[in-house]
Design a protein around this ligand. Sequence first.
Ligand code: THU
Length: 135
Amino acid sequence: MNELNEETLREMIERAKKAANNAYSPYSKFKVGAAVLSGERQIFAGCNVENASFGMTICAERNAIFQSVAHGARKILAVVIYTPTAEPTAPCGACRQVINEFGPSAEVICVCDGKNSARWTLSQLLTNAFGPNNL
Ligand code: THU
């Protein structure tokens, strides 16, 4: 994808790491930060926010996407996910479905504290997705 040059990717990783610092995860102790690149090339970030009623937890990816939508940016070109782990962490199924709504062709890049990273297109992560065109 052309929009995602090295500089933009670096900036997105930076934003995702910053957001992970703000993760509210007293129950799992698992911090996640995400940054999305909108169609207007703006970056929006989010972290996971847990709740004493565990099911109310929101993942970092969905938080970042909702930030984007709240700012009127409904097209997602790329999602960066950072976890302070040795290996990259792929997004959960619920987040894949929500990414599909706004970025069916988005790039998903997962980074961590180790040297490995992972990169997929959303359609690789969610084949034959159910989406707006099915309604
Ligand atoms: N989590 C995310 O933020 N994103 C994912 O894709 C997977 C899971 C969060 C939710 C919860 O706060 C913690 O990680 C453990 O599941």
